[in-house]
Write a protein that binds this ligand. Structure first.
Ligand code: HEC
Length: 236
């Protein structure tokens, strides 16, 4: 009996930890969801479990939905503008705290004609969909955070490409490239960096189209791109 017990102890301990962990991870969402604030609520430290609208959701929605001919201010397809927080919320298609009852969220995974973005645009990938789900579940707030700016070591995989995926690739995919400019991989980035249009467009210099179209990148992101270019486009 004693032997069986001691043999079982590690299994029991593992089971208890797994159960405790999964319970913490899959907590029932906080029901006390308050009405959205229109002014951004900004915090100085980014909580890894929180999805921030200004940092993650807005850039993604702008580059995937607020494109020319779709839901930018000028085109407002079906009367829907998705270029800033107030217009996104006032569509009435987001129910703070309840992604499953939010048409905005449903349209991202629709298997019929309502799928957004529609072809030839690529649908959002599962991480992006999950991020939007979490933001709505957390109350669809107009929140923002900043973690300081560390430009000491810039890497393509660590900072540059994730930045492009948040702010640019939705409008510059190979299937629907804005202005014919494709940003699909490292080589595309190097070509744009070398011909000057990357920094010209993100610094909103005259002679270049202003990129992204709705709001300039943060100073931190602009410095990261400049550092990546100065370092000779490291590809790691
Ligand atoms: C909402 C869609 C949209 C987003 C987001 C967007 N672009 Fe663009 N981009 C366009 C369109 C459309 C054009 C063509 C504009 C024109 O010629 O006036 C363009 C043009 C460009 C050009 C050519 C500029 C020139 O004047 O030669 C570059 C470079 C570029 N984009 C890079 C980027 C980068 C980098 C990002 C992300 C930081 C980005 N774009 C985000 C739609 C977008």
């Amino acid at each position: 009996m004693k032997i069986i017990f001691s043999k079982c102890t590690p299994i029991i301990v593992t089971l208890i930890s797994v159960l405790t962990l999964s319970c913490t991870k899959y907590q029932i969402p906080d029901q006390r969801v308050t009405a959205p604030e229109f002014d951004p609520i900004s915090v100085s430290t980014c909580d890894p479990d929180t999805v921030y609208f200004q940092n993650a959701i807005l850039p993604l929605v702008v580059s995937s939905c607020a494109t020319t001919g779709c839901h930018d201010k000028t085109s407002h397809r079906d009367g829907i503008i998705l270029s800033d927080y107030a217009s996104i919320i006032s569509t009435g298609e987001i129910k703070p705290g309840d992604p499953n009852d939010s048409e905005f969220f449903e349209s991202l995974t629709d298997d019929g004609d309502d799928l957004m973005p529609p072809p030839p645009y690529s649908p959002l990938d599962s991480d992006q969909i999950q991020m939007i789900r979490q933001w709505i579940a957390q109350g669809a707030k107009n929140n923002a955070c900043s973690d300081g700016c560390d430009t000491t070591a810039v890497s393509f995989a660590g900072q540059i490409w994730p930045m492009m995926e948040s702010y640019c690739t939705g409008c510059h995919s190979a299937s629907a490239p804005g202005g014919g400019v494709v940003i699909a991989d490292y080589d595309d980035m190097v070509a744009l960096a070398e011909n000057g249009s990357l920094m010209g467009s993100i610094r909103w210099e005259s002679g270049y189209a202003k990129m992204p179209t709705n709001q300039q990148l943060s100073e931190c992101n602009i410095s990261l791109l400049q550092k990546w270019i100065n370092d000779g486009f490291p590809d790691n």
